[in-house]
Design a protein around this ligand. Structure first.
Ligand code: SF4
Length: 457
């Protein structure tokens, strides 16, 4: 079936990165829009093997441009259930990346695909990508009896598709909201992202949707049923060591084993000490802002700068890759709605900054007493304006500043209030794996310029 394709298809191409200089076109991504959706449909509604392109195909596209893009996959099979949709949908990422000269990043309505110049030259079409997806899905999952794929590139069709897809995401996410961690005996783990983030292990609980936002606890459960030896597996809770920060002996043991001994402890609901690892597919980043002792959250769709003066993309480059970056964590947008959202750090009372779009999206799930007190880019663009805004609005973190000043220890005494030790990842300098590690502890450093030089041996 894949012999007719002008490019190879296989696991070895999964890590292929197409840089800007080698890009023919971008499909969706930050300069355009798009979404992907997989649904389980009745068998008589799915024409097995069918691939359709609504709008221009790759060969009709202009080199160097970004196009709107939708990927709609319909699968049918007697053993398939709706809970599997999110899990299968996440596999579009893996399988699309098996296609040489085609790159797929992220998930849901923040996907970003790219076709290389080489692929365009060889005559790659979206129909070929669709054929490869059908072949790979059906080879991996016997339960899929029929599958069809529709790609949208026509702008109006993409808009309609995105809004349909968002309704489905919303329905899936809302199912989990009534369930608590205490109501279940097992959690789920996922190592799908280890192909590019080798130490990363996701723990999925009712209160903590996966970092990519695609896999809820229900979907984890359905995945284990259909593929018991697959990348998603059961995690026994073990002893609850710290209910505030979300530490369980079972999660620690599983993470240690699945990260090949690299990650020993995980706090599900804290940015400090042992935060959950971050891969690269997260929908948003929660980040500690030491200057105001508060937490900011920035999501992938926000293209401005955070109060740190850097955009989401720069921060994502620093915290991803599967490491524990203290003070930072890749999260799903849905996690903001969790009753356990960063509970160990004070939860919503500690949140000081959100992009306007994200604040509107979360809407009434932002606690009422904080809605006017959390700054957006319209209120604060840097640390000084943020500090002034929080003071003016009497945000709960302001009380923490007063407490810290009152409790400044006398010379020689240990501080009564612990300021978390923060290891700031520096772009281009790996923290793990023998790179340079700079640790600031209880310190304020002002410098006009920092020069780091290699020590001669
Ligand atoms: S982000 Fe986590 S849950 Fe999502 S695919 Fe990656 S490892 Fe799995």
């Amino acid at each position: 079936m894949l012999e007719d394709l002008p490019v190879d298809v296989g696991l070895i191409y999964e890590g292929e990165r197409i840089r800007k200089a080698n890009m023919y076109v971008d499909l969706a991504g930050p300069k355009s829009k798009g979404a992907e959706l997989l649904v389980v449909a009745p068998k008589d509604k799915v024409q097995d093997g069918k691939v359709e392109v609504i709008g221009s195909d790759i060969q009709d596209m202009e080199e160097g441009k970004a196009y709107s893009f939708g990927i709609f996959v319909e699968v049918a099979g007697e053993k398939l259930e709706e809970d599997l949709e999110g899990v299968f949908e996440r596999r579009i990422h893996d399988f699309a990346n098996y296609v040489q000269t085609f790159m797929h990043l992220n998930s849901r309505d923040v996907i970003w695909c790219r076709v290389s110049k080489e692929g365009a030259k060889k005559g790659l079409s979206l129909k070929h990508v669709g054929k490869a997806l059908i072949h790979l899905f059906k080879s991996e999952f016997d339960a899929i009896e029929a599958m069809q794929v529709t790609f949208y590139t026509d702008e109006k069709e993409v808009d309609r598709f995105i809004s349909e897809a968002r309704k489905v995401y919303q329905k899936r996410d809302s199912r989990i909201r009534g369930l608590k961690d205490e109501d279940v005996d097992v959690f789920y783990g996922c190592v799908l992202c280890q192909s590019f983030a080798p130490k990363h292990v996701c723990t999925i609980t009712p209160s903590r949707t996966s970092s990519c936002g695609s896999i809820t606890w229900f979907e984890g459960r359905a995945a284990v049923k259909v593929d018991p030896k697959g990348p998603i597996f059961e995690v026994h809770k073990g002893e609850e060591i710290d209910p505030e920060r979300g530490e369980f002996s079972g999660i620690n043991e599983m993470t240690y084993k699945r990260s090949n001994g690299e990650v020993e402890r995980v706090f599900l609901h804290s940015l400090f000490d042992y935060p959950h690892t971050s891969c690269g597919c997260f929908e948003a980043i929660a980040f500690y802002i030491p200057e105001v002792d508060g937490i900011g959250v920035v999501h992938r769709d926000f293209h401005g700068v955070t109060p740190f003066g850097i955009p989401f993309s720069t921060m994502a480059g620093q915290v991803g890759g599967g490491v524990q970056s203290e003070g930072f964590q890749g999260i799903a947008v849905e996690y903001l709605r969790s009753p356990k959202f960063l509970k160990g750090d004070g939860g919503w009372d500690r949140v000081v900054w959100l992009p306007r779009d994200l604040k509107d999206r979360i809407g009434e799930d932002v606690p009422e007493h904080l809605r006017e007190k959390i700054a957006t880019e319209e209120d604060a663009t840097d640390l000084e304006t943020l500090k002034a805004f929080l003071k003016e609005k009497e945000h709960p973190v302001v009380e923490r500043w007063a407490k810290e000043v009152e409790e400044v220890p006398a010379e020689g005494e240990k501080p009564a209030v612990t300021v978390p030790e923060l290891e700031m990842p520096v772009q281009g300098i790996p923290i793990a794996g023998g790179g340079i590690s700079i640790t600031f502890k209880n310190a304020k450093i002002y410098a006009e310029k920092i020069i780091i030089t290699r020590k001669e041996k």
